[in-house]
Design a protein around this ligand. Structure first.
Ligand code: NAD
Length: 213
């Protein structure tokens, strides 16, 4: 039986081992002194708490470049997310196989959601169609939306929306790049370097507390 100690896990996660043991105790997981945690059982307990021990049928709406790439991504199944249907408004796409599944027309959306008991919908349509798709998904019973379209969705209470925007991630990296370049320039200019105060850093020592406008 492979085991792992709280010290090993704490070192790997970069946290304090006493805190880690306390957190695990909330899962009902208590290691054995001198032995540690049974790895397989711990993985099960964490998965159960994260809702990953059950199968989640997911629909993807908008099977263009992004929707097809998501449909082809093998990583969902291993985390318990089963792509139940691929849906697109383009009649030319209906019946065409993508990732081994026939694309279904949006006319079928409500039936597909109900037949498969789908509670999670992924939106990969153009921005202009996203709210209408979202409304239909919600009316059909979907209560969680993963939105890739660059638009803010309005949903009723009880519906969760997560937005994925890779350009924001790139903007964050660009911001850090710009700061790094600024710091390098300052290091090569003694007068600027002398003016550089530790207060340049935000409270977390990483980014300034207030982003430059
Ligand atoms: N969040 C990110 O980081 C990120 C990255 C890339 C693309 N995107 C966004 O993802 C979306 C899709 O991008 P893409 O490159 O795959 O576009 P695409 O044009 O290749 O595909 C869009 C698909 O949506 C379908 N569609 C249009 N209206 C629809 C409707 N009402 N119902 C169902 N299907 C509909 C179209 O027929 C098409 O197949 C765009 O909004 C794009 O801006 C986001």
């Amino acid at each position: 039986m492979p085991t792992v100690s709280s010290e090993e896990l704490a070192a790997a996660a970069g946290v304090n081992s006493a805190k880690l043991r306390k957190d695990f105790s909330y899962l009902g997981s208590y290691g054995t002194r001198g032995v540690g945690y049974d790895v397989e059982y711990l993985v099960y307990q964490i998965s159960r708490e994260l809702g990953l021990t059950q199968d989640w049928p997911v629909v993807i709406v908008g099977i263009g470049n992004l929707g097809a790439a998501l449909a082809n991504y093998g990583g969902f199944a291993s985390r318990g997310f089963r792509v139940a249907a691929l849906i697109d408004a383009d009649p030319q796409m209906a019946g065409k196989p993508v990732a081994g599944m026939p694309v279904q027309h949006t006319d079928e959306l409500e039936r597909i959601i109900q037949d498969n008991g789908v509670s999670i919908g992924v939106i990969a349509t153009p921005a202009g169609a996203a709210q209408q798709v979202c409304d239909r998904l919600v009316a059909a019973g979907v209560t969680s939306i993963l939105n890739f379209a660059p638009t803010v969705l309005t949903v009723p209470d009880g519906v969760d929306v997560r937005k994925v925007d890779l350009s924001i991630e790139l903007q964050i990296l660009a911001f850090h790049e710009q700061r790094k370049a600024g710091e390098e320039a300052a290091d090569t200019m003694p007068a600027v370097a002398a003016r550089k105060q530790p207060a340049d850093k935000g409270p977390d020592g990483d980014v300034p507390a207030v982003m430059p406008a």
